[in-house]
Design a protein around this ligand. Structure first.
Ligand code: NI
Length: 192
């Protein structure tokens, strides 16, 4: 296992459409995932996508801890939290037309945060390292981090999803902003 360098906004690998993984059980995929998890935890992220460590493959890791799941009442059948999850070749189906604003950060866009509208009721599927199919319904923080990470597989960074660039701010100014106005809570801010 190794902590890997994280690609930053501007590197072409972050703009590519990542390639599907032919065999989720392959040893090199397990090694890649181990590095992704170690890198994500070291960087204090909620998620990481393989292109962020220069591997253009359709693999994401993420977690949605309970203490981050504010503003979600646990709509029936949807889960706002998730344990550490490995998702290979993910697919997403959106179940709502309502977009919800929330703060996001990204390990590839260090030092910044932005308000991103996302549809926060969805189901996703994919494969784990044993090649077993995983399917879940997600809401709240869980849905947001899945959308953010899967965007990386299609070459999209969160600023491209923003509709109001006045809400792209430096992390270091964040507390001043929250003090000055009523904004979505900082606790709904996955960094991935
Ligand atoms: Ni990110």
């Amino acid at each position: 296992m190794a902590i890997r360098k994280i690609a930053r906004m501007g590197h072409p690998v972050l703009r590519q459409i990542a390639q599907p993984v032919a065999d989720p059980t392959a040893p090199e995929i397990r090694a890649l995932v181990e590095d992704m998890v170690e890198t994500m935890i070291d960087a204090d992220g909620a998620g990481l996508a393989a292109p962020q460590i220069y591997e253009s493959k359709r693999v994401v890791v993420f977690q949605a801890p309970p203490d981050a799941a504010v503003n979600t009442d646990g709509e029936e059948g949807y889960d706002a939290t998730a344990p550490l999850t490995v998702l290979i070749n993910p697919e997403i189906a959106i179940h709502t037309e309502t977009m919800e604003d929330g703060w996001e950060g990204c390990l590839s866009v260090p030092g910044l945060r932005g308000v991103v509208p996302r549809p926060l009721q969805l189901s996703y599927s994919g494969f784990d390292l044993k090649g077993q199919r995983l399917e879940r319904r997600a809401s709240g923080f869980h849905a947001r981090v899945v959308l953010h990470e899967c965007d990386h597989l299609d070459g999209v960074l969160y600023p491209q999803r923003m509709t109001d660039l006045s809400k792209l701010v430096f992390e270091s100014e964040f507390k001043h902003l929250l003090a000055a106005q009523s904004e979505p809570s900082a606790e709904t801010s996955p960094k991935g």
